[in-house]
Ligand binder design. Structure first.
Ligand code: ZN
Length: 223
């Protein structure tokens, strides 16, 4: 990894050839989302519910749902390099970089219902930083697809680790899962906290503690 890192310095075009980043981004590039099939399926679902898809309120629902999914699932087809390419900087800064309370909305792959909440992302730079505004977009890259919260958390951490080769990465995600909350089962489980810690955040208790204190300070209730 470190050899590859040196090669990348000062030449962002080389970045586009890092296959590890594409592997972590886990894109669906071969086909576009099939709007027509989604519309057709929604009509069938409405009928299966016992509804009349032709009644006034529902007539345009299949079309609306199809367009909505295009937006909610755009993380599958977002090229990560378009997202980050112009915002990588070589710096000597080596203190913790932390972006907390990043709002996210994702879809649980088990029920196709939303889970939403906040992500906290930190890393300890080793010569390279990413523009702060890109971190929420990185969260969206992995949130805007069918997900499970554990995997989303790990993917965000792995992606930053591969992109920046920092001394450590930490990601904590707090999510409210509507598939649990709306159905009134196990309500106490509706809020879920997941984390991924790499490098110094994993090995060094003081570093991890500093991060956890920073994200809990002044934390307000999620909703
Ligand atoms: Zn679910």
């Amino acid at each position: 990894m470190s050899g590859q890192y040196e090669e990348l310095e000062g030449d962002n075009s080389e970045l586009a050839r890092d296959p590890n980043l594409y592997q972590i981004a886990d894109l669906l590039q071969d086909n576009d989302i099939d709007l027509e099939s989604i519309q057709h399926s929604v009509v069938q679902m409405l009928r299966a519910f016992g509804e009349n898809p032709n009644r006034k309120g529902l007539r345009r629902t299949p079309e609306r749902v199809a367009r909505m999914y295009t937006e909610l699932l755009d993380g599958y087809r977002q090229d990560p390099y378009t997202l980050i390419n112009d915002a990588l900087y070589e710096v000597s800064y080596d203190e913790m970089v932390l972006v907390r309370d990043i709002e996210f909305y994702s879809l649980c792959e088990h029920h196709l219902l939303p889970f939403l909440g906040r992500a906290h992302v930190a890393y300890l730079p080793k010569g390279r930083v990413l523009g702060l505004s890109k971190i929420p977009r990185l969260v969206d890259l992995f949130a805007h697809r069918l997900q499970v919260q554990e995997r989303m958390t790990r993917q965000i951490a792995e992606f930053l680790d591969e992109l920046l080769h920092p001394l450590g990465v930490a990601v904590v995600v707090e999510g409210l899962h509507l598939c649990t909350a709306m159905r009134g089962v196990k309500k106490h489980d509706a809020r879920m906290i997941t984390s991924a810690m790499f490098g110094l955040f994993r090995r060094n208790i003081a570093t991890r503690q500093e991060f956890l204190e920073n994200i809990s300070r002044g934390a307000s209730s999620m909703f």
